[in-house]
Design a protein around this ligand. Structure first.
Ligand SMILES: Nc1ncnc2c1ncn2[C@@H]1O[C@H](COP(=O)(O)OP(=O)(O)O)[C@@H](O)[C@H]1O
Ligand SMILES: [Mg+2]
Length: 368
């Protein structure tokens, strides 16, 4: 990808050998996409069908790349650079979580209209919309996702969709210890068979690097000082006038106790201790440019559901590039130290750190 080299040359990206290796893979995919005809699949797939195992290694059909590795290594950045310049009209970049939400809605609609295999119309619609799908943050924690992923991706690959994905985990570690995991194995095997699995093994966590002193947006520990600081920032942002706001999501009501212009405010208890789901949090992220989240406690096994909702909320706010003010019991990396989900939380902690950095809002929201 010339764009990577350009940005290195311009001093915007620090040269990184591990990233270069991934760039080469993406460059290869870029070249192959140039003459890609999705109605046939890649030309090379004929060779793959015809010449057995050895040929399969050399001439895999064009199905994609799965980039995995620790947080802040540049996976999303590389995928975005690739996506921007991918020589194909019908392309789509989407957060995996948001994509799965859509899939569930699609399956629901197909079922209602009496279609026996609802995966098929959903796969039709997805593949008509995009030949190249870029998924950010692939992770599987939900049993309903786990149960449909195998058939969904089989249907997508049958339609010659090309998939690029980022994840914190190797496919073998997806949905680890999940319920009925054996039913999920075909998905893992298909990924390994059809998609190039590449570890982005940078030595550097670039996200940590970006933390600089700036206007403070993260206040811990909890207490009077944190509350006061949140109130002062809220006053400056809201201009002193506010009202409660009700968002309506698929016919449900999500109450935001305080809203002003493009800013909203709620406490952890008001959002994460209620039975809200991903669609609700996406709606919150869409509704506001700036969000204030008060009094996030230490999360633990005992608060697993609350913690999951919190992670989903932060993902949604992060993806939508919302400016986040938050008061919390501890620094991001000490909010969740043990229990189911502690591993996934590393990513949330990293995102919270990035969202607290001075240049977070300088990012152009239209980029994503
Ligand atoms: N080589 C690099 N030089 C400078 N900044 C980088 C480099 N690689 C990544 N970054 C920045 O570090 C941050 C984290 O990268 P990101 O792609 O979000 O990581 P990941 O998706 O692996 O968690 C981003 O803001 C990104 O622009
Ligand atoms: Mg990422």
């Amino acid at each position: 990808m010339p764009l990577y080299r350009q940005r290195v040359a311009a001093g915007q990206i620090r040269p990184d050998p591990a990233q270069m290796a991934a760039v080469e893979k993406l460059q290869l995919l870029h070249m192959r996409l140039k003459n890609y005809n999705p109605s046939r699949g890649a030309k090379v797939s004929l060779g793959w069908l015809g010449f057995g195992r050895k040929a399969a290694k050399r001439d895999k059909p064009l199905t994609g790349l799965y980039l995995y590795g620790g947080v802040g290594r540049g996976k999303s950045m590389l995928m975005d650079l690739f996506f921007e310049t991918a020589p194909i009209g019908r392309k789509r970049r989407v957060h995996f979580h948001a994509f799965m939400q859509e899939v569930h809605v699609g399956i629901h609609i197909a079922r209602e209209s009496g279609i026996r295999d609802p995966i098929q119309p959903v796969a039709d619609e997805v593949s008509e919309g995009a030949v190249l799908l870029c998924f950010d943050e692939v992770q599987v924690t939900d049993i309903t996702d786990a149960m449909i992923l195998g058939r969904l991706f089989e249907a997508l690959f049958e339609r010659h969709v090309v998939v690029v994905a980022t994840s914190n985990r190797h496919p073998d570690d997806l949905y680890k210890n999940g319920l009925n995991r054996d039913l999920f194995m075909p998905f893992i095997n298909m990924l390994k068979e059809r998609v190039d699995i590449h570890e982005l093994d940078s030595q550097q966590d670039y996200r940590q690097d970006r933390e600089e002193a700036g206007e403070r947006v993260y206040f811990s520990p909890l207490g009077n000082a944190a509350d006061k600081a949140m109130d002062a920032a809220w006053k400056a942002v809201s201009g002193g006038s506010e009202h409660p706001l009700t968002l309506s999501v698929h016919g449900r009501r999500v109450e935001i106790p305080r809203a002003a212009e493009e800013a909203g405010r709620a406490s952890f208890a008001e959002l994460c201790e209620k039975p809200l789901g991903p669609a609700d949090f996406l709606a919150v992220a869409e509704a506001f440019d700036t969000f204030f989240l008060d009094r996030v406690p230490i999360l633990s096994r005992a608060k697993n559901n609350e913690a999951k909702r919190f992670v989903t909320l932060i993902d949604a706010l992060y993806e939508a590039k919302v400016r986040l003010y938050m008061s919390a019991a501890a620094e991001p990396e000490r909010l969740y130290l043990e229990g189911e989900g502690a591993f996934e939380f590393q990513r949330t902690a990293s995102r919270l750190a990035e969202m607290s950095s001075a240049d977070w809002t300088r990012n152009d929201p239209s980029e994503h």
